[in-house]
Design a protein around this ligand. Structure first.
Ligand code: ADP
Ligand code: MG
Length: 742
């Protein structure tokens, strides 16, 4: 069928897409890596981190760098210059022409400003001689024009300066584009008075705070030689892949990253055949290239699979040091998006691109390890290790219990509002899941009884009996937002498009506060008791006090909502409610006490989040109106005209009756769309007149969004009655299934 509807030809091109050959990396030294090369041979070849520095730097300079890393010592200028020289030499051999300070402004994504490596050596009359040059100060500090990044009022325009400073704990990396390569230097971004203007600075502070408070506690319980506690993270990342040509015909996907109208396809995810099903070949090829790119960047991606919804997929790396893992997740999102375009695809990282099928999230697998590399959340082989495990488990539970509202606020975003609380993602109520065996153990500890020897292996702690819990005992509960999975916690309520650094900084701060309080309490208990007994007492107290936060049932159920209310847990069902927590001094004080944020920084983050909510929603609203008025209404009018014309052609009684019914239905839907447009427009205009941003945010959530849902429903009814040929927007079935047809 030849068609004038661009939708139809876009779909045809989509399914006829030729597959791309796997990209080959050609190095300057003409080393070639391809899909046939073992990963270990090229893993990290585009990065310059500690191991490269150790190899390339004079020993003394390398030691200075380690001192900076371990003790925050200032880097001597000569060392900085030596490092810069090594970096430049390595970069030039890789064909790099530019460098940039790569930072994480509070917009939630990453930003970069490029500079060429060139410098003028000498100018003879008007003749310029250019050389490649890169100095220590260029490496260490930059000054991008910060005025257009949000500062939440922390910076008036007359002091619009912002600085970037090198974070030596995260490796430098090279980004390749078709026309050249750029060296990216991970940096923090801060204002003239040292206030954080980014998401990485608070994260780094939180890592240090956690390490210090955890070491203090561990020393008290007998691990006297512990020097550092490292926090670890592995992020499972979900995403959708849709054909670029179909996206190009959807103004909503282009403007907002999600579909604002669209009626459900007959086959969505109800057959449950997509999850872990075989990956369509076009997509597999895309994934292979993504992995190839990520390996070069030193990102240890490990798993790939289909997710629940059609066209939804997931990738997960091997866990790493949290700071690096968080940077790597940002890089992964970049590579996912960039590589998709090469394959005529668009990677949607929005939390809810399609109504009626699952949305996307991140699962942030989080744990802590001491400097011997022992995982503190892993049950061990000795009584001491098990006691330590229980203590760290209880301390983490206390962190979640005491700071649930703040943790909820840390994941609030318009996109995530579509997931949290819907029956597909963890609920908007923060709770923790432990699995039945650990539940039994904690309950027994709480009761003060000795655990009965069952067929579980029992370890005598001298104080109480605890089975030797092993890694594989945990049951699964996909409905829990914060689940213990054997040797780590999995924070599952993080949004797919979010920078992990934000919720992780909050979580680390909460755990820090918990460690601090527990150290104090343990010191008191130690005055009257032996160490193990005092520690067991502390664990018992904490287990009791935090019982409310533990929940093993179905987090999607209404019973849980009622139960959570009874327990007094914070129920913050959308972003406006969650952001209000920022104004609750008591709820946020731990972030200030642990020095992860200053009061001023929190204030500015609240301000930015409110502003972003309002802007995001208003863009969605305006786009929805445009779709309704310029796509849906004209399509309906054409259909009504065609249907109306038939009137004169029919004569059979039954036909007339059925026809009248059809025409009436069309008429009704047309009227519904028109009225809903008017209603929506009125409410939107009213809302836009509200000057106070916070009030506007609340108004949007309370009155504009419900009206937008009604308008969408009317438009979706229209899609069902208008001739396929006349419908201009790619339909769900096309968008969601095209990439699996080629
Ligand atoms: P599942 O969620 O199915 O249990 P995995 O066991 O593969 O999946 O783990 C999911 C993620 O958790 C992976 O990224 C993995 O590297 C990470 N992970 C495993 N152990 C730890 C740990 N100690 N700290 C942080 N992340 C971890
Ligand atoms: Mg998981």
């Amino acid at each position: 069928m030849s068609s004038e509807n661009p939708r139809v030809s876009a779909f045809q091109s989509a399914v006829e897409t030729k597959k791309l050959p796997l990209n080959k990396l050609v190095d300057k030294n003409s080393e070639q890596f391809s899909k046939d090369t073992a990963i270990s041979e090229y893993f990290g070849c585009m990065t310059f981190g500690l191991s490269q520095m150790r190899e390339k730097l004079p020993k003394e300079d390398y030691n200075h760098l380690l001192k900076t890393l371990d003790h925050g010592k200032k880097l001597p200028k000569e060392t900085a210059d030596a490092i810069a020289l090594a970096i430049k030499e390595w970069s030039v051999t890789k064909g790099v022409t530019h460098f940039c300070h790569w930072f994480q402004p509070m917009t939630g994504t990453t930003a970069e400003k490029h500079d060429a490596f060139i410098s003028i050596q000498h100018a003879h009359h008007s003749e310029l001689k250019v050389i490649e040059k890169f100095t220590g100060s260029q490496l260490i500090q930059g000054e991008p024009d910060a005025s257009s990044f949000p500062s939440g009022g922390m910076r008036s325009t007359f002091e619009a300066r912002g600085y970037t400073a090198w974070d030596p704990s995260s490796p430098l990396f090279i980004v390749e584009e078709a026309y050249g390569r750029t060296l990216c230097i991970p940096t923090v971004f801060f204002g003239y008075h040292g206030q954080a203007l980014d998401n990485k600075t608070p994260l780094l502070r939180s890592l240090e705070a956690l390490s210090n408070s955890a070491c203090e506690f561990l020393k008290l319980i007998g691990d006297v030689d512990v020097k550092k506690v490292q926090t670890t993270l592995g992020v499972e990342q979900e995403y959708f892949l849709v054909d670029k040509r179909l996206v190009a015909l959807r103004p909503d996907l282009i403007m907002t990253g999600r579909t604002l109208i669209g009626s459900a396809a007959a086959r969505g995810q109800q057959l449950e055949d997509h999850y872990f099903g075989s990956i369509p070949s076009r997509v597999k090829q895309y994934m292979q290239e993504v992995e190839f790119e990520l390996y070069k960047l030193g990102v240890p991606v490990k798993t790939r699979h289909n997710e629940v919804a059609p066209s939804q997929f997931e990738l997960a790396p091997i866990f790493e040091d949290l700071n690096i893992a968080s940077d790597h997740n940002l890089l992964t999102m970049e590579v996912l998006k960039r590589t998709a375009l090469k394959h005529e695809l668009v990677c949607l990282l929005h939390e809810k691109p399609f109504a009626g099928v699952n949305g996307s999230g991140k699962h942030n697998n989080w744990s802590m390890a001491n400097d011997k590399g022992e995982n503190l959340l892993e049950p061990g082989t000795t009584p001491h290790q098990n006691l330590r495990f229980l203590a760290c488990l209880a301390i983490t539970l206390k962190a979640v219990h005491d700071h649930a509202a703040a943790l909820r606020a840390s994941i609030a975003s318009p996109g995530n509002d579509h997931r949290l609380g819907a029956n597909e993602a963890p609920p908007a109520i923060i709770s923790a899941f432990l699995g039945s065996l650990l539940e039994d153990i904690l309950n027994t500890i709480e009761s003060g009884k000795t655990l009965k020897a069952t067929d579980q292996q029992i370890i005598d702690l001298g104080v109480n009996k605890i089975p030797n819990v092993s890694k594989d005992y945990t049951d699964r509960n996909r409905t829990s937002p914060f689940a213990f999975t054997g040797n780590k916690f999995e924070f599952r309520a993080v949004g797919s498009s979010q920078n992990s650094a934000v919720p992780m900084a909050f979580l680390n701060a909460a755990v820090t506060a918990s460690f601090k309080e527990c150290s104090e309490r343990l010191r008191e208990l130690l005055k009257n008791k032996g160490r193990d007994e005092a520690l067991m007492d502390l664990i018992r107290q904490i287990v009791k006090e935090t019982k409310n936060i533990r929940f093993s049932g179905n987090g999607y159920s209404d019973e849980w909502k009622a139960e959570a209310k009874k327990r007094g847990l914070p129920i913050l069902k959308n972003t406006p409610e969650a952001l209000a927590v920022y104004k609750d001094k008591k709820a946020m004080q731990f972030l200030i006490d642990t020095r992860v944020f200053s009061a001023e920084e929190l204030h500015s983050r609240h301000h930015i989040a409110v502003e972003r909510y309002v802007k995001t929603l208003e863009i969605e609203c305006i786009t929805l109106l445009e779709l309704a008025e310029t796509y849906v209404v004209p399509a309906l009018e054409k259909q009504i005209k065609i249907t109306g014309d038939i009137d004169k052609l029919i004569s059979a009684k039954t036909t007339i009756k059925a026809y009248d019914k059809r025409f009436k239905e069309l008429d009704l839907i047309y009227g519904k769309v028109l009225t809903e447009i008017e209603e929506f427009q009125t409410l939107l205009t009213k809302s836009q007149a509200i000057q106070d941003e916070e009030k506007r945010m609340v108004n949007i959530a309370q009155s504009v969004i419900p009206a937008s849902v009604k308008l969408r429903d009317a438009c979706d009814l229209a899609e069902k009655v208008v001739a396929d040929e006349l419908w201009p927007l790619p339909k769900y079935r096309e968008i969601l299934l095209a990439s699996s047809l080629s």
